[in-house]
Structure formats: structure tokens, C-alpha cells
Design a protein around this ligand. Sequence first.
Ligand code: MN
Length: 303
Amino acid sequence: MIESIINTQGVDEAAVVLVQAAYEETASSRKGTTNGPKAIVEILSSKLELFDRTYKTRPTDKIKIGTLNLGDLNTLSPEEALLKIKTDCEKLINQDKFLVLLGGEQSVSLGLLQALAQKINPKEVTIVQIDAHCDLRDTDADYSETPSSLAHSCTLRRAHELGYNLVQVGIRTYYIDEYNYFSDPKNNIKVFEWGNPASALGTGWKAPSIDEILESIKTKFVYLTIDVDGFDPAHMPGTGTAVQGGLEWWYGLNLIEKIIDQKELIGADIVEVSPMQDSILTEYGAAQICYTMIAHKFKSKLL
Ligand SMILES: [Mn+2]
């Protein structure tokens, strides 16, 4: 029998639900993120090792993991897609399920964040975002013929407006309005940029310590949004808008593990996986991150 990390039919008995949100309506560059959720679930179903090297056990023996596919959302407008994600996630949250949303483009994250905001005051939650981009635009009017305030490049701006605190890690490109927004002290956004143009002026750059990032998270509750383009494209090549020089694999994974160990994770998403023809690295890495997050979230059952 082929054993799967998704070890529960349906969602009724599941403690963890992987919500598949196949949506890429507003994607600006390379398309294909609509195929991300299916590719990640396939890896979880057959290719990823069930044994966890940290806990020396099989988390699947102790944790019930199910999945809910929201279907093809691409026929919906951004407003309709978000409402569907929010409504379906809210039902699961009300049944005390822990949710990991699998995208799809970054814009899907807002649906889960809106749903969680019904349960917990966003001011008590920090979103830790691993991403090459800030996604803090007010609209995408500077590059889209059909501007939207719900585009993938606006997601964290909308989340921040809901009251969530924000720590961004891996940022290496931004638009002037985003720069002005995160630089404004009253917005209280912490940005850990990767690489530094100032190095051309003679000041070098090195990655911050993981502890430095942990110290910047001021709340007990944390939400993780993992845009795979935050990692270096050597590890995560299949994504819509790849940018050179991102997080090294083990650094990123250890950061995620330590955040979950030291804080209380209330939800997470993994977005912008756009499967490539000749490499499964990206969906494999996304599946590994997903399984690692679940193991650490439920480590009390594993120890
Ligand atoms: Mn993003």
C-alpha cells in the first residue's frame, strides 16, 4: 500500500487541512501557479518521506491530515475568489482545524487572513512573510491595464490594513510607493532585505541571524506566508516572478522551525509554486516546508 502524508479522507477527522486554492487571475509574469496546489499534494501523497529527521518518528502516525480542494477558482473575479476562500476557510476554522493554504498566487492568502481575523484580533498576530517582493502596493495600476486592489502585489498591504503586524524576510525588489509605505514609522513594518544595493557604496551585507528575526516578532501569535520566490531560485526555480539571491534552503527552513517552536502558529500558506516541466524541486520543497510546519506545530504529539 502506498502511504500518504494526506492520511485522512475528507476533512471531518482531520486536525490539519491543506486547502488547495488554484487561482492565478492577477499573476503578472510567468503563469502556472494555478497548478501549484495539485503538484504539492502529489508530492505529499507519494514522494515525500514520511519519517521526520528532527523527531525521529512519523508525524503521520500521530496527526490526521486531510485536504480540501476549492476547485478551479480562475473563472471568478478576485473579489469572488477571495470570498470563496474566506467562507470555506472560516467553516474549517470554526471546527478548530489548523489550516495550511496552498496557492495559487499570493492573493489567495488574504482569504485565509480575513477568515482568521473573525476569530482573533489581527493586532495580536504577526504575519511573517518570506518573499522576494513586499506585495505592499495599493493597486497594481502601475503595471496592469485592469488595475485591482486585490492583486497579488497588494496582498500584504490589505492584510496590514486589517491590523496584522508585519515582518518581511528576503525582500530584494520594490516599487517606490511600497518603499514609502514600509519606511513610514507609523506603519511599524519590519523589513529584512536580502542583498543590499548599498554594498556598491562600500558597505557589505550579510544575512541577519535567525535570532534577530525572532526578536522582531513582538506578538505571541504568528501567521506564516511563504512565497516560494523568497527562497533562492536555486532551491525554488518554479515560480511566477523569480529573483536572484534569496534565502538559502536550510536557513529558511530553520527560520520557519524556530518561529513555530517559539511562537504560536495560527495558520500558514505556501504560494506562488508554478511547476516546471523538467524539475520538481519547487513543489518538492513546498511539500517539505508544509510537512515540517505541521510536525513543529504538533510537536507535543511527537515528543
Ligand atoms: Mn509574494
